[in-house]
Design a protein around this ligand. Structure first.
Ligand SMILES: [Zn+2]
Length: 427
């Protein structure tokens, strides 16, 4: 208890009158010349190891970073992002006045906000004026794109969104969750999926070919087996975006980071096919893999299909090579739609590419067969995939509307930025 109070007092006295500013790294500027410009002894450079030296040599011109200065303008701390998750932290030690160099994770704030805008003149000007967050406009346009919605004078648009901030500044694009449009007496909700596309129902529809609710017609036919590997590709026209590795030292993240699988770049909603004949042992959330499926095959092989948007199988299903078991997405720890395929032999991860057949896979042939079937006049079935948390977001949005909550005004937020000195990143 006592300790906490002392620490808090130290922080507040250290940061009293301090100001945060957002700065651009000058093109061609060296880290050493930056230190000199701040009257910081170059001796700090001697504390850097080889990897850290490499990192400071790679700061890009135009990189946005943050400085915390005291009331006389002396630098107390600098936070310089070096990747989407890590930053250089240069901070003055209060006792010795020396500066310390470290590489630490960036701590973003990731919070939900609400806006309600009456359209009086130009919709986009009105939204900009009410929210002071112009990046919302592109996101709303994207959500409307496939729904042929036009905002007009007299309409009201209310929406729930998440905005990342970093030391009091907006960071990245806002993510819209749900929109309510009111045109006269008419009300319309737009539910936004992981990719930012809007849907008039709290689910999205995907068409596929089937002969029964969970059995695809384009399953393996007898005699057709992969020639070069024992498993077939999980997607058509596979494009590998990240390979298997046991772990190499990551210079930026500064730890050994294995990648127990192969990543395939695919659009959201791409059918994911079982790579072999097996039994489904898991369907649902699986930590960083998000929505994931596990399939157990014979001879001790098991696979994980991760970051999916939807499922087309349940636990206990017997699946065959080429069966569509789910759809790709961007759930879990993922920066964009892709499929993570992990293959395990007797519970140890192996490189999927060592057992997957390359070239024209059975999956390709099966999809071709499906296309032929569609061409042959068969009707595709429609599958409804619920949008994650859609109903919950709508309820939250409605409660804000009912409580007549004002739009969140980022201008006011910015005027409170003096508080940003107490931001976690500076402590
Ligand atoms: Zn992966």
């Amino acid at each position: 208890m006592k300790k906490t109070i002392i620490v808090l007092l130290m922080i507040s006295s250290l940061l009293w009158g301090a100001q945060v500013t957002r700065v651009k790294w000058k093109s061609g500027e060296k880290f050493s010349s930056y230190l000199q410009s701040k009257h910081i002894s170059l001796s700090v450079l001697k504390t850097l190891d080889e990897l850290e030296e490499q990192v400071v040599g790679e700061i890009r011109g135009g990189q946005i970073f943050y400085e915390l200065k005291d009331d006389k303008g002396a630098l107390l701390q600098a936070l310089i992002p070096i990747s989407s998750t890590m930053q250089i932290k240069l901070s003055q030690d209060t006792k010795s006045d020396k500066y310390r160099f470290s590489i630490v994770p960036i701590k973003f704030k990731d919070e939900k906000y609400f806006a309600s805008v009456d359209i009086t003149k130009n919709p986009w000007n009105d939204i900009s004026k009410n929210t002071h967050n112009d990046k919302l406009i592109a996101q709303i346009k994207k959500a409307f794109r496939k729904n042929a919605i036009k905002l007009q004078k007299g309409d009201n648009i209310s929406f729930l969104y998440t905005q990342k901030t970093l030391v009091g500044y907006l960071h990245g694009d806002p993510i819209i969750h749900v929109i309510k449009l009111t045109k006269g007496n008419q009300e319309q909700f737009i539910y936004v999926d992981d990719d930012g596309d809007g849907h008039k129902e709290p689910y999205e529809t995907i068409s596929y070919m089937t002969d029964s609710p969970r059995t695809a017609i384009f399953r393996q036919t007898s005699g057709a087996s992969s020639s070069s590997g024992q498993f077939s590709m999980p997607v058509r026209n596979p494009r590998v975006t990240s390979s298997f590795s046991y772990g190499r030292y990551h210079p930026v993240l500064r730890f050994y980071r294995p990648h127990f699988g192969t990543d395939f770049g695919v659009k959201r909603g791409t059918p994911i096919m079982s790579i072999g004949n097996g039994v489904v042992t898991h369907v649902g959330w699986l930590g960083g893999y998000g929505k994931a499926i596990k399939v157990q095959y014979s001879n001790g092989y098991m696979s994980i299909y991760g970051h999916l948007s939807g499922f087309r199988t349940i636990v206990g299903d017997v699946v065959q090579e080429g069966d569509v078991i789910g759809y790709s997405g961007n759930t879990g720890t993922s920066t964009g739609p892709h499929l993570h395929l992990g293959i395990y032999l007797n519970n140890s991860p192996i490189d999927p590419m060592s057992v997957l057949s390359e070239g024209s896979s059975i999956a390709d042939k099966l999809i071709d067969k499906m296309s032929d079937a569609i061409g042959g006049g068969q009707v595709a079935q429609i599958k409804k995939i619920p949008i994650f948390n859609a109903e919950k977001y709508r309820e939250t949005l409605e409660s804000y509307i009912n409580n007549k909550t004002p739009s969140y005004d980022w201008n006011k937020y910015e005027s409170q930025r003096a508080q940003a000195q107490l931001d976690e990143n500076f402590q």
